[in-house]
Design a protein around this ligand. Structure first.
Ligand SMILES: C[S@@+](CC[C@H](N)C(=O)[O-])C[C@H]1O[C@@H](n2cnc3c(N)ncnc32)[C@H](O)[C@@H]1O
Length: 310
């Protein structure tokens, strides 16, 4: 029988453990124990950005044997992802007895799986922690995308693909997109390939192959000087501009106030210290999600979707 202690576990994105600890500290979440990159806490889940995955309503279960442990998990639900920083061999034997969960690389455009995916770990050889409900639809928050090594002029397209996979929506043919900080054109390439019309804004020019794609218009201006009224309504505003987070927040607020944008997908980039305060201000915008994606570096992805059924 499970014990009744409810715990939340936050799995730090690899290399960003200190950012997660800082963010949890600022949110007043006390971490009782660390288990590899997993930070354990009593109390309800906080939607923190630097967690690759958040394990909600964790259960501690005894592990009398490999077979009974696997059965206990199967009795809860079908799909489970293992996190095994310790006792790896024993954990792998349990995972082998669970139904197979596809970890095939994702071909864009594909929506993230909607089936619940739980997470579990061996805290000790005779004790496991399991959560049926997790924030990420991917095992340990990690998704592998099938790359295109020919088309895009930079690797930045991967984090946009991942954001749209997580959003489970992407621009449709004929929709109007604004791509701020577009050069050399990885994001514009993604959007133009989807059949969208793209206004790409950057002082630097686009890669000529991207500039020549149908539906692409380049404007050699600063994203911050751009008057929303001169652009008009857009279905999507994208930004991958390198700038201080507070400057990006002011830009987003300006465009929100103009009421001309239906969806935002923006990278919040950090130089040196992580500006947690501004990241939290992004997360407080109604309907916002702020995530550290698998393909993000020292940056977060802000997504805001005004459509119904969010
Ligand atoms: C990380 S790169 C963008 C990569 C792009 N998303 C891609 O997929 O290829 C950041 C870009 O921001 C641009 N940038 C910096 N300040 C800007 C500003 N004030 N207005 C517009 N673009 C700016 C830089 O010129 C640079 O091309």
């Amino acid at each position: 029988m499970p014990t009744d202690r409810v715990t939340t576990a936050y799995l730090a994105a690899e290399g960003f453990e200190s950012q997660l600890r800082e963010e949890l500290g600022r949110a007043g979440v006390a971490v009782s124990t660390e288990h590899g990159r997993l930070l354990l806490s009593d109390g309800p889940a906080h939607e923190v950005a630097w967690a690759a995955n958040i394990w909600r309503d964790c259960l501690e279960l005894p592990v009398a044997s490999i077979g009974t442990a696997a059965k206990a998990l199967r009795d809860v639900q079908r799909n489970w992802a293992m996190y095994a920083p310790l006792h790896h061999r024993r954990a792998a034997l349990i995972q082998e007895r669970l139904p197979h969960v596809s970890a095939k690389p994702v071909v864009f455009p594909t929506a993230a799986p909607a089936a619940p995916l739980g997470s579990w770990t061996l805290l000790a050889p005779d004790r496991m922690l399991a959560a049926a409900s997790c924030s990420s639809p991917f095992p340990n928050g990690e998704v592998e995308l099938v790359e295109d090594k020919v088309g895009p002029p930079s690797r930045a397209y991967l984090k946009l693909w991942e954001a749209l996979v997580r959003l489970r929506r992407w621009p449709q043919p004929g929709e109007r997109c604004l791509d701020l900080g577009a050069c050399p054109g990885g994001w514009t390439w993604v959007l133009a390939r989807l059949g969208a019309n793209v206004v790409a804004v950057d002082k630097a020019p686009l890669d000529p192959k991207v500039a020549a794609m149908p539906g692409v218009e380049w404007r050699g201006e600063s994203a911050f000087g751009l008057d929303p009224a001169s652009v008009g309504p857009v279905d999507w505003l994208f930004s991958d501009v390198i700038c201080y987070p507070a400057r990006l927040l002011r830009l987003v607020e300006r465009w929100r106030a103009a009421g001309l944008v239906r969806n935002f997908v923006c990278t919040i980039k950090f130089q040196g210290e992580t500006d947690h305060e501004t990241a939290a201000a992004f997360a407080r915008l109604p309907g916002a999600r702020v995530l550290h994606l698998h393909y993000n570096k020292h940056e977060l992805t802000f997504m805001l979707d005004f459509s119904e059924g969010r």
